[in-house]
Design a protein around this ligand. Structure first.
Ligand code: HEC
Length: 109
């Protein structure tokens, strides 16, 4: 099912709503500091597993992914499906919510 989703479900992303939805990520992430998960500033366009002082799973570090909006959409749909054995266990069910969060992250350069 995941694979039949069009890659670019993003144009409708609302960054203002995404900022609100990002609060659900903040149990583990922040923009500027590593926490349970790696810091997020600049994540859109960044190679996966590339924050130097964060201890990633081997699976994510070796994934070879780049965080394009399309890959972020797959990741937030089901991290374990995109990168088996990753240590992120959290997903965002609604496509619009994912698009909004990605639009917000894209602004955090
Ligand atoms: C329960 C904790 C938790 C929550 C909540 C969480 N994450 Fe994560 N996230 C992680 C962990 C842990 C990793 C590192 C995964 C690994 O190394 O395999 C991660 C990694 C990531 C990465 C990869 C970053 C990189 O540098 O490669 C992205 C992107 C990401 N999370 C986005 C999000 C977003 C967006 C949300 C909110 C919708 C979110 N996460 C919610 C724990 C969480």
């Amino acid at each position: 099912m995941l694979d039949r989703k069009p890659a670019a479900a993003i144009p409708g992303g609302n960054a203002v709503n995404g900022a609100r939805l990002y609060q659900s990520c903040m149990g583990c992430h922040s923009l500027g500091e590593n926490d349970v998960g790696p810091r997020h500033r600049g994540v859109v366009g960044r190679a996966a597993g590339s924050v130097p002082d964060y201890a990633y799973s081997a699976a994510l570090r070796k994934s070879g992914l780049v965080w394009t909006p399309a890959n972020l959409d797959k990741w937030l749909t089901n991290p374990q499906k995109l990168v088996p054995s990753t240590k992120m266990y959290f997903s965002v069910v609604k496509p619009q919510d994912r698009a909004d969060i990605i639009a917000y992250l894209a602004q955090q350069k």
